[in-house]
Design a protein around this ligand. Structure first.
Ligand SMILES: [Zn+2]
Length: 431
């Protein structure tokens, strides 16, 4: 193994220019989501690249998934390369979509410029750098250990930034993440090269609507103001709910520290007339609002269950109802994701951990993400729990202007991935 490990490292060092060029090529395909541009183009690019390294290619469009249309088709690519003997399958999954650029860039967001050992562009760290590192790792491994057992898969999937329904969720529904087919999954999201991400907190999105009665704004006593009812809901949350959430701490190693508890964000709050269009120059009309809507984004812990999370909000609303006359409301769930955390003793965790130690000389940190990523679909739909996120890049740079990926970091994490492949798929030295 020592011998194979050093040959793998050398092979990856020798591919430095290839890694840079590959990352730049990926960055120059502007796969902005929404709306989901250039998915076919990036899938074809990946297919062509991997075909020349002996991978079988499947292109899968998520027909009928949310967001899928003939104008913006949700294309995904899965490349699989069989080994020489029976064994496990290791799958690297990367999302190909990036978020909008936003303002404040000093580099061309789709230029892929290399400066001082960093490659700049939208998606450089989240997560085209990780995708490129996993491809280089697989190619170096295949060249170094051509007689490996099992199989290697690399997928490029759509829509992670908008929930993953046209990407990993769709593939999982089709059985691509069935544990009979795939045994180990590594998602090269930018969690830093010395950290292994075991999972994420849960999510519960809901809409609360309070109702009132419309009347002339000069005589509000003839109506009933839905915004004031909602104000009472916010006060009740401030008094009872937010302190209660802050007191719920988790054993999950969530980073950053502030997310090691239950949280709730009031995502939006709107009551009364719609905001006037920017090109409208007149005034609003005087009315008492008869509806006020709040969208909440509740992040919850492995120690909590979704029924309690829902009940907690119901309790807030009932407490307000007990205090206010004519208080009526509706509570609607919009979206839920169950928290997931891979066991620290799972084979993929143990393997990548050993590889991090071999490459970086330090034990990895085990972390849990405050927000979700595609692991949710692999765990819930695929029922595959031997899954982690591990990849190069600094999470804080994701979605920011002048996002970049360090070339050295990609090299190091590619070495970790290649050593992990050697460990899981058996080097040719094994019987
Ligand atoms: Zn990402």
């Amino acid at each position: 193994m020592v011998d194979v490990a050093s040959r793998l490292r050398e092979a990856i060092d020798a591919k430095r220019d290839d890694l840079i060029a590959l990352t730049q090529d990926l960055l120059r395909i502007p796969t902005i989501n929404p709306p989901g541009d250039c998915y076919l183009e990036i899938c074809e690019y990946l297919a062509n690249r991997l075909k020349t390294h002996g991978f079988e290619i499947e292109m899968i469009r998520a027909n009928g998934a949310v967001g899928d249309s003939d104008r913006y088709p949700r294309w995904n690519v899965i490349a699989r390369r069989e080994g020489k003997r029976v064994g496990d399958c290791v799958h690297f999954n990367s999302h190909t979509d990036v978020v909008e650029t936003g303002r404040g860039w000093t580099f061309d967001p789709f230029g892929g410029e290399l400066r001082d050992g960093k490659i700049y562009g939208r998606g450089a760290c989240d997560m085209k750098g990780g995708l490129a590192a996993s491809i280089i790792a697989a190619e170096a491994f295949i060249e170094t250990c051509p007689d490996y057992a099992g199989a290697i898969e690399i997928s490029g999937t759509a829509d992670e930034e908008s929930g993953g329904l046209g990407g990993v969720a769709h593939l999982a529904e089709l059985g691509y993440f069935d544990p009979a087919r795939v045994q180990h999954v590594i998602i090269p999201e930018p969690l830093n090269k010395d950290r292994i991400c075991l999972g994420h907190r849960g999510v519960w999105w809901a809409q609360i609507e309070t109702f009132g009665e419309i009347a002339h704004g000069s005589m509000p006593f003839l109506g009933d103001c839905a915004v004031r009812h909602m104000g009472a809901v916010v006060s009740e949350m401030e008094e009872t709910l937010f302190p209660a959430l802050a007191a719920k701490r988790t054993e999950m190693p969530v980073v950053p520290e502030g997310a090691k508890q239950s949280t709730l964000n009031i995502n939006s709050l709107h009551g009364g007339q719609d905001e006037l269009p920017v090109d409208f120059t007149g005034f609003p009309s005087p009315t008492v609002p008869d509806s006020c809507r709040m969208v909440i984004d509740r992040r919850f812990l492995l120690e909590e269950n979704i029924d309690d999370v829902q009940r907690e909000i119901g309790d807030v609303l009932e407490a307000v109802q007990a205090k206010r006359e004519n208080f009526s409301y509706e509570l609607k769930e919009m979206h839920r994701v169950i928290p997931t955390m891979t066991d620290r003793n799972a084979p993929v965790v143990q393997t990548v951990s050993r590889a991090v130690e071999a490459v970086l000389g330090t034990q990895p940190d085990y972390v849990v993400s405050p927000g979700t990523y595609d692991q949710k679909h692999i765990a819930r739909i695929g029922r595959l729990h031997n899954c982690i996120a591990y990849g190069p890049g600094i999470l804080d740079l994701a979605h920011k202007p002048d996002e970049y990926i360090g070339v050295d970091d990609m090299i190091d994490s590619a070495k970790v991935m290649a050593l992990s492949l050697a460990d899981l798929l058996g080097s040719h030295e094994r019987p």
